[in-house]
Unconditional design. Structure first.
Length: 128
C-alpha cells in the first residue's frame, strides 16, 4: 500500500455515481502545483484523479467545488495505458481515505458521520 497526502485545487466538480450494490462514489481531479519553476519561470502542475467511497462521497459532493483548495490522503494508484494517439501514458490516482473540507467551508460543520468513518467495501462489488 502506498499512502500519499496532497494539497491542491479541484480541477472539476465531483461527479457522483454508484456501484451495482449501491455504494456511492465521488470522482474528481486535483492539480498540485510544483514547487520549482520551469526553465521559462512558469510552474507546472501534477494531476491526480481521486475517488471517494460511501458516506464521505456524499460530503464531497456537497462541499467540494471546482477551484477549491483541499488536502487529502489515501492510497496512491498508478495506471499505465496507451492514449488515443498511440502514446504510452501514466495516470496517477488516489483512493481517498481522509480529507479536509475546503478552506471556504471551514466555518461550517460537516456531518459527524461523514469524515473519518471506516468503510468496508467488498472488492467484488466494485466495477473496476
Amino acid at each position: 500500500m502506498r499512502i500519499i497526502t496532497i494539497s491542491g485545487n479541484l480541477g472539476r466538480n465531483p461527479e457522483m455515481r454508484q456501484t451495482n450494490s449501491g455504494i456511492n462514489i465521488a470522482n474528481f481531479s486535483i492539480a498540485v502545483r510544483r514547487t520549482r519553476a520551469d526553465a521559462d519561470g512558469s510552474y507546472s502542475s501534477d494531476w491526480f484523479n481521486c475517488a471517494v467511497f460511501g458516506k464521505r462521497a456524499d460530503t464531497v459532493q456537497q462541499y467540494f467545488h471546482k477551484g477549491d483548495h483541499v488536502t487529502l490522503s489515501g492510497d496512491l494508484t498508478i495506471s499505465q495505458f496507451k492514449g488515443r494517439d498511440g502514446v504510452d501514458r501514466t495516470q496517477l490516482g488516489i483512493d481517498v481515505r481522509d480529507f479536509d473540507l475546503p478552506e471556504r467551508q471551514s466555518n461550517r460543520q460537516a456531518p459527524d458521520s461523514a469524515i473519518g468513518d471506516q468503510v468496508n467495501i467488498d472488492d467484488n462489488s466494485l466495477p473496476f
